[in-house]
Ligand binder design. Structure first.
Ligand code: 13P
Length: 344
């Protein structure tokens, strides 16, 4: 069966299903300027507005990305930028058969009265900003909430505040004709166990879906972007791939209604191959009521960034490294990843 072209998929329910269709996932390339500067610094690349633009052009110009990716999430600055040849990035992506999306949240700020916790801001003026992004070609949006974990955190107050903001954002997106990617990220930072991550993730997702219902968000026209259920980064016993997959599936089945067309995971600081193996193992436990795929930033970009090094002469090799991760994750989204795919 011929696939519909992205331009012909217009209503938000169909767009949501198209974004999570078989063999595809989403690239998150929506790092703020300061975050990308830190990633550049870690591999010794000088950060300037031009080096950040050139980096995005390296990624988006990799030929054939549309075979593994359905969408790319852009940062506000990037959605206004163009290739060196003058093609606006949203048009360059559309020409590759990839839908452009945009991060619309204003970032996590300390939550008053809740030491150590944050709430994501950015609802003021959002209706007008969404209309502007739609006019620039965006077809979907992203809002990320961060939930810190320790023996006492998160509090109910923090989960409620973030769930409410996510639900208000999602309703505004749907009104504007954009598919909301709803991202409640339970952080991997800390020494917590897999079991603790599972308890917190389950509680956050229950709170979130109650808020989404209260704000009349159409579940059929959204994508959930959760963390996988993993051990904290500093936990002394790291859970096996099989345990991560089992705990993640159990948690999502308890909390995510079947009306949601797709779940697209963040990578959260997992090593690139580990994130691919986890996604694959999760899909091998299917069939699931929803499509289960990726919306990674670090796990898709890390290898390409260190190969690129900011040099034009490395662009081809960096694109190869990027495509390699995209192809492996696309296979994992169908539960069809094998180590041979790493050979390229
Ligand atoms: P990571 O895959 O690096 O966690 O990023 C996903 C993302 O978009 C965070 O908002």
């Amino acid at each position: 069966m011929d696939e519909p072209s992205p331009a012909s998929v217009t209503d938000i329910r169909a767009t949501a299903r198209w974004l999570v269709r078989e063999g595809r996932g989403i690239l998150a390339a929506d790092e703020r300027t300061t975050t990308l500067a830190k990633r550049f610094a870690a591999v010794g690349i000088p950060s300037t507005p031009e080096s950040q633009r050139a980096y995005r052009e390296m990624l988006f110009g990799a030929e054939g990305i549309g075979d593994s990716l359905s969408g790319v999430i852009l940062f506000d600055e990037t959605i206004h930028q163009s290739t060196a040849a003058g093609v606006p990035f949203p048009a360059q992506l559309a020409a590759q058969g990839v839908l452009p999306g945009v991060k619309v949240d204003g970032g996590a700020q300390p939550l008053a009265g809740f030491p150590g916790e944050a709430v994501t801001e950015g609802l003021d003026g959002l209706r007008q900003r969404l209309a502007g992004y739609r006019a620039l070609g965006a077809r979907f949006a992203k809002w990320r909430a961060v939930i810190a974990v320790d023996a006492e955190l998160p509090t109910t107050g923090c989960m409620l505040a973030n769930a409410h903001a996510l639900a208000r954002y999602a309703a505004l997106c749907q009104e504007a004709g954009l598919v909301p990617i709803v991202e409640p990220e339970v952080l991997m930072d800390g020494s917590h166990t897999l079991e603790r991550c599972s308890t917190v993730t389950e509680s956050m997702l229950r709170t979130l879906f109650t808020s989404l219902a209260a704000q009349r968000v159409e579940l059929e026209a959204m994508i959930l972007k959760p963390n996988m259920v993993t051990s904290g980064k500093a936990c002394v016993t790291q859970a096996s791939t099989a345990s991560v997959a089992q705990a993640t599936v159990e948690c999502l089945r308890r909390t995510v209604p079947a009306a949601v067309p797709g779940i697209a995971f963040l990578s959260g600081g997992q090593r690139p191959i580990q994130a691919t193996e986890h996604l694959d193992a999760i899909n091998r436990l299917g069939p699931h009521p929803w499509r289960v795929t990726f919306s990674f930033a670090r796990a898709l970009q890390e290898d390409a960034l260190s190969v690129w090094q900011g040099h034009e002469s490395n662009i081809d090799a960096a694109r190869q490294a990027f495509l390699q991760r995209a192809v492996c994750n696309a296979a994992a989204s169908d539960g069809a990843y094998t180590a041979d795919l790493e050979a390229g």
